[in-house]
Design a protein around this ligand. Sequence first.
Ligand SMILES: Nc1nc2c(c(=O)[nH]1)N[C@H]1C(S)=C(S)[C@@H](COP(=O)(O)O)O[C@H]1N2
Ligand SMILES: [Mo]
Length: 196
Amino acid sequence: MSFITRGFGGRRRERDPRLPPGQSLVSDWPVLSAGPTPRVAPDAWEFAIGTENGVHRWDRAELQALGMEDIVVDIHCVTHWTKLDMPWRGVSLDRIFAEVQTDHRFAMVHSFGGYTTNLALDDLLGGKSWIAFEADGEPLSAEHGGPARLLVPHLYFWKSAKWVQGLITMPHDKPGFWEQNGYHPRGDPWREERYG
Ligand SMILES: Nc1nc2c(c(=O)[nH]1)N[C@H]1C(S)=C(S)[C@@H](COP(=O)(O)O)O[C@H]1N2
Ligand SMILES: [Mo]
């Protein structure tokens, strides 16, 4: 009679359709860092993009002057937690790449402290990624990547490099830190691209 008792028993909560397969909701914001937290002075922070045509640098004021946007997105960590409706503030990579010339289709993102992660430019451009300076209405804390981190919410959160320093474009894809250690080269949570 389970077809009857199931209906009258404890009301089963509907799975939120924004939750990718294998993920569970959290309301707090866990800290996950592969090493110690680098201390980066916000006023000394700069962002650089290196391409086959040279290096382009922005200090914080120059980068923010490209246009700060407020966005609300869901983030998905490969360790199975998802946080919905997170408010962030940052500069879209589209605005930054508008000042850069490259024929390359991939990039290696570099962080203070030595962390790296690889992304296709198709996953960075088209309104898909930001250099974020604030989350939850506050400047990013050092633990969460302050003064600035990459935010790529449509991919697993290891792609959202904390303490971001810049990126180097590449003609071909190449694995970054976690990708060399078994994680998937792309990391789409809707396809459960956890491991390579
Ligand atoms: N520089 C740097 N960025 C990083 C990491 C890291 O160890 N170093 N960890 C990644 C991983 S695996 C995750 S899940 C998220 C965690 O971000 P949070 O600590 O703000 O939740 O940052 C990503 N970005
Ligand atoms: Mo992670």
